[in-house]
Design a protein around this ligand. Structure first.
Ligand code: R5P
Length: 291
């Protein structure tokens, strides 16, 4: 007898199938019809039974994928009192506080919406901050993809690798990554202009990067601005190859091209956002968190 029905939203269809298979549970897909005015209509392919796990990442188009996630949870609630929302990549998570006066903290609204549509609990992969997680008024869990990413890097033949966080906010992530890989780490100092979004890296001397392969570790690569600036700086410090890794590769526009042009050999990300770089599977950690 299967314990759960895993309901896969269109943004996370493949990942949802993998989670269902690991949980030895029934998988139900969804169909999406987008009307000429941009409205989407979601249809479940079958009736779910038992406890329901809804899997839908909220990556671009962010608002559309958000409304579809909420619609799926709300629909699932008609079939079960226990609906677990699994949102591997949660768009809006970086808007977890006011950076400038009068800014709306949209993450707070989203947290309320998941409760309002009937989610019993929520699981997110590598959330940007605990502040975002704490905004939920239902049990909310963060699971880490770091060990899965590290397994990938253990298979590569790296030369004296050094883990680097592009900013101070990623200190703990880099430390954790370096610990599991059994290497050292350093943290760069990044500044972002809150009005223009422009990124700069403090130009301090980092002799320890010389001739070493670098693994730049971040949670999200979106425009690529942070990784580009960090890579350009590390090149001035005469490092060897640079790998960029993250849990969520949003890779807006020509981000991937610009990152490669900045000297990055490879981008490695997970399937919280499916794409060319998403070579690491997070279904094991999500399934473990659910079962
Ligand atoms: C910022 O604090 C995050 O951890 C990421 O470094 C950031 O969101 C990456 O964005 P982008 O690729 O646009 O620089």
């Amino acid at each position: 007898m299967t314990k759960f029905t895993v309901l896969g939203g269109t943004s996370s269809d493949q990942l949802a199938r993998k989670i269902a298979s690991r949980l030895q549970s029934k998988y139900i897909g969804t169909e999406l019809r987008v009307f000429p005015d941009g409205e989407g209509k979601v249809t479940l392919k079958a009736k779910p039974t038992g406890k329901i796990v809804v899997v839908q990442s909220i990556y671009p188009p962010v608002d559309s994928n958000l409304i579809r996630a909420l619609a799926l949870v709300s629909e699932a609630k008609k079939y079960s009192s226990q609906v677990h929302a699994v949102i591997p990549y949660l768009g809006y998570q970086r808007q977890d506080r006011q950076f400038l006066p009068r800014e709306v903290v949209t993450m707070s609204l989203i947290a309320k919406l998941f409760k309002a549509v009937g989610a019993s609990k929520i699981t997110i992969v590598d959330i940007h901050s605990m502040r975002a997680l704490n905004l939920f008024q239902i049990p909310a869990k963060n699971v880490s993809a770091v060990e899965e990413l590290v397994k990938y890097f253990k298979r590569l033949k790296l030369r004296n690798p050094l883990v680097v966080s592009p900013d101070v906010g990623g200190w703990q992530r880099a430390k954790n990554f370096a610990h599991h890989l059994g290497v050292d780490f350093i943290v760069l100092e990044k500044h972002r202009d809150r009005r223009t979004g422009k990124v700069t890296i403090e130009q301090a001397d980092h002799d320890e990067v010389r001739n070493r392969d670098i693994i730049l570790v971040d949670d999200i690569i979106s425009t690529g601005g942070s990784i580009v600036k960090a890579a350009q700086y590390l090149k001035t410090q005469k490092c060897a190859r640079i790998y960029a890794t993250c849990t969520h590769a949003v890779l807006i526009g020509d981000a991937e091209k610009r990152i490669k042009q900045a000297g990055v050999t490879r981008i490695v990300s997970t399937n919280t956002i499916p794409g060319k770089t998403s070579v690491v599977d997070v279904s094991p950690v999500i399934a473990k968190a659910i079962s």
